[in-house]
Write a protein that binds this ligand. Structure first.
Ligand code: FAD
Length: 474
């Protein structure tokens, strides 16, 4: 038995003297190759798989833990899956690198409001407790809800453990996950590490001490920013909510608006979430999605209201086109502002048409709402959009990049990623038997990445895992 170099996983056999001693050391909890008393003898028919980690001239060893299904990530997706696996009698372990719901704790701003009304928020078998069904939860309330859910389902979760690598077992089925706390072998692995993992910041503005730059995932509150005007790049759910928060805090806000699909918050007496369900849109299968991956632009802030960027302008927000380039503190802005708003308006109007057709078809008693179709006049920043913005001259001291997120699956050493690093799967099931993804945007349907939508996918994957049980050797 040769002493291995570096870190890794190995099999030690008691057929030779050194293997026998190392097995005995590890099983007695010595955990190193120091001399010890043991009762494993050379020639015993005994073998053990070990993780080894070199530390100077000492070799630390740990027996490998085995689980049937390893779930990576302790957010809503990992927890929902845990519940579904427990219900099917499937042994499993959830690993979470931080705390339960870590991203809701540390990657959302303080004033964030959930985009779905309280009545619609739920995880499998666990509705969101609330005093007002039509109000919108804070991030802190979502954290409490996920914590309570973990207790309710008695999730077998280990927090503070990061999965650092995943690969197939050599010469056997299943996987080996390297973690910050030793290796774990699993017949199945479900990756539930989130749809929004890695902040994306376009390489436009160099770091400059006189300009505070922060991604939306690190923005906390208005007072975090230096005094002065604020440029927000990106008009998705984050950019839009943060823009409103800052203008209410007395800041002058410049908002770079891109392509979006805004939808009404409420229409004919019902919230959008009711409509998405009534029209079956939240269940739109990924096959019917079309090329546009964007999700509806809505907000739950300030009681929840329809986002209309013309109204933002009347509150004092200067609308800009997309930022195309930056040179020495001056931004070049695209001439696409009117087109972006027109696209958003068209999506909004098409939705109202669809809702009206639904009401007519089913003879529903829902009051008409002609006011929903009124369009405010174009504000000056839309009539004569800026094509250049000199940050210093505009008094801009901070830039918030609300430019979205990417995935990071670089730790997965199993051939399930495409050239851009995105997982290749069908409804979360990959071509590598036993490897699954959960919680991604449009995993199987429109609401796959929503808190209230992840349960369906979790149930389907749990059925798949339970169905495979016994059909694959470990
Ligand atoms: C700003 C913002 C607002 C949102 N608002 C809403 C909303 O109003 N309504 C709604 O339905 N959805 C909303 N979403 C979308 C979605 O609900 C959230 O992104 C949610 O956090 C996704 O849950 P998840 O469990 O899939 O992933 P996450 O919450 O990201 O959980 C993944 C977990 O995996 C852990 N992890 C990652 N890598 C590893 C590793 N290698 N080893 C161990 N653990 C690891 C992370 O620490 C994390 O806790 C919002 C998203 C964002 C970004």
């Amino acid at each position: 038995m040769l002493r291995p170099a570096g870190d890794g996983v190995g099999i030690w056999r008691a057929s030779d003297a050194r293997g026998a001693k190392w097995i005995a050391d590890a099983e007695e909890g010595v955990g190193s190759c120091q001399p010890s008393q043991h009762n494993v003898h050379q020639g015993d028919n005994l073998e053990r798989r070990f993780v080894f980690q070199s530390r100077g001239d000492r070799l630390l060893t740990m027996p490998i833990e085995h689980v049937e299904t390893l779930v990576v990530g302790g957010g809503q997706a990992g927890l929902a899956l845990s519940h579904m696996l427990s219900q099917r009698g499937c042994q499993h372990l959830v690993l979470e690198r931080g705390r339960i719901a870590e991203r809701w704790r540390t990657e959302r701003w303080d004033g964030l409001r959930f985009q779905f009304p309280n009545w619609s928020v739920q995880l499998p078998d666990f509705p969101f407790p609330h005093a007002d069904p039509d109000a919108f939860a804070t991030s802190a309330e979502i954290v409490d809800f996920l914590n309570a859910y973990a207790d309710f389902i008695a999730a077998p979760i280990r927090c503070g453990v990061t999965v650092t690598a995943l690969r197939r077992r050599e010469g056997a089925s299943g996987f080996v996950a390297e973690t910050s706390n030793g290796a774990i072998e699993a017949a199945n692995v479900v990756v539930a590490t989130g749809p929004y993992q890695r902040p994306i910041i376009p390489a436009l503005l160099p770091e400059d001490a006189s300009l505070f730059q922060v991604h939306a995932s690190r923005y906390r509150e208005p007072d975090q920013l230096p005094p002065g005007a604020v440029l927000i790049v990106g008009s998705g759910a984050s950019g839009a909510q943060i823009a409103e928060e800052l203008v209410r805090a007395g800041r002058h806000v410049y908002l770079s608006v891109g392509h979006h699909r805004r939808l009404p918050r409420r229409y004919r007496g019902r919230d959008l979430i009711w409509w998405l369900s009534a029209l079956g849109l939240d269940q739109t299968p990924v096959e019917n999605r079309g090329p546009d991956k964007s999700l509806p632009l809505i907000t739950g802030a300030y009681g929840g209201h329809t986002i209309d960027f013309r109204r933002f302008a009347t509150q004092g927000i200067t609308l800009l086109g997309r930022v195309e380039a930056a040179r020495e503190g001056t931004l070049d802005l695209a001439s696409d502002l009117a087109d972006s708003l027109a696209f958003g308006d068209a999506a909004y109007a098409a939705f109202l048409d669809r809702a009206d057709a639904h009401v007519a078809r089913h003879g529903l008693d829902m009051p008409e709402e002609p006011g929903a179709r009124s369009v405010p006049p174009d504000p000056p920043c839309l009539v004569e959009p800026l094509r250049r913005l000199e940050l210093h001259a505009a008094g801009i001291g901070a830039v918030i990049w609300a430019t979205g997120y990417g995935c990071d699956f670089s730790w997965i050493d199993v051939p399930v990623l495409d050239a851009s690093g995105e997982p290749v799967h069908r409804g979360g099931v990959t071509n590598e038997p036993g490897l699954y993804f959960l919680g991604l945007q449009w995993l199987s349907k429109m609401n796959s990445s929503f808190l209230a939508g992840v349960g369906d996918d979790a149930a389907r994957l749990a059925d798949h895992i339970a169905g495979q049980k016994g059909g694959r050797g470990r």
